[in-house]
Every structure is written in C-alpha cells, then in structure tokens.
Design a protein around this ligand. Structure first.
Ligand code: HEC
Length: 120
C-alpha cells in the first residue's frame, strides 16, 4: 500500500512538473527608451526619420497607428526577419546585424513613442 502511494505521488509530481513547464508564459519584453534612441540614431534614422524608401516617418502618426495595431510581437518579428509591405522593404534588422532582439524592441518602442502611439 505504501509503495502504491509512492507511485501515485511520483506520477502526480511528474505531471505537475510537465504542466508547469508547458504553461510557462513567454517572458514579456519591456522597452528601454534610452537604448531605443541610441539604436534608432544609429540604425533606423536613415529611413524612418523622414520616411525614405517607403518607411514610416517618425512624424507619421496614422501610419504608426496602423503598424502598432498589428501588435508588438508581430512588428518586432517583422523588424528582425525583414518585411515586405505595400510601401517598400524593411530590411532584416534594418541592416543592423549587430543589433540584438532587445535592441530592435527598444528602437521600435522609441519610434512609437516619438510618433505618439502606444503599442499593444
Ligand atoms: C533601408 C531603410 C530602412 C531602415 C534602415 C529601417 N527600416 Fe524599418 N521599414 C522600412 C520600410 C520601407 C518599412 C515599410 C514596409 C511596408 O510597410 O511596406 C519599414 C517598416 C518597419 C516596421 C513596421 C513593420 C510592419 O509590420 O509593418 C518596423 C517595426 C520597423 N520598420 C522597424 C525598424 C527598426 C527598429 C529599424 C532600425 C533598427 C529600422 N526599421 C530600419 C525601411 C527601413
């Protein structure tokens, strides 16, 4: 009987272990605006300041609202992998090969803030 209890206990713990792994929520990224400005000034300004080559200009709030409506995860992903939209081509990481995923996230956060748009 004792042995059976041990097995039930062990199986239960294993199940708990599995479910806690499977359901762990993805870590939510947060924007570091100061770093975002540094990255923007270095890697995004050429296209995104005035809206060169079809990029959304920093002052183009309606455009950034449409972009933000896709959700932060989606547009972050697009900025990393590159994105072909109806206006032009957003190159992979804006050609900043040294930029990390976090750098990209921060730069997007910075641009949205400049445009006066809050992302989802
Ligand atoms: C060579 C020009 C260029 C550079 C440099 C550039 N972008 Fe872009 N980006 C574009 C263009 C063009 C689009 C618009 C694509 C479309 O919607 O047709 C765009 C769109 C985007 C979008 C919206 C994606 C979507 O899903 O609508 C994000 C976010 C973005 N850029 C972030 C960045 C960040 C961050 C940097 C700097 C690290 C950067 N871009 C640098 C050209 C550029």
């Amino acid at each position: 009987m004792k042995k059976l209890m041990m097995i039930v206990f062990a199986v239960g713990m294993f199940g708990l272990f599995l479910s806690s792994c499977g359901e762990a929520p993805p870590k939510k990224m947060t924007v570091n605006i100061e770093n975002g400005k540094v990255i923007y000034d270095k890697a995004c300004i050429a296209c995104h300041w005035k809206g060169v080559a079809g990029a959304a200009a920093l002052t183009d709030t309606p455009r950034w609202e449409t972009i933000a409506a896709k959700g932060m995860d989606t547009i972050h992903q697009h900025s990393i992998t590159g994105f072909q939209g109806e206006y032009g081509v957003m190159p992979e990481r804006g050609t900043c090969t040294a930029c990390s995923d976090q750098d990209m996230y921060d730069a997007i956060g910075y641009m949205l803030k400049q445009a006066g748009v809050s992302a989802k």
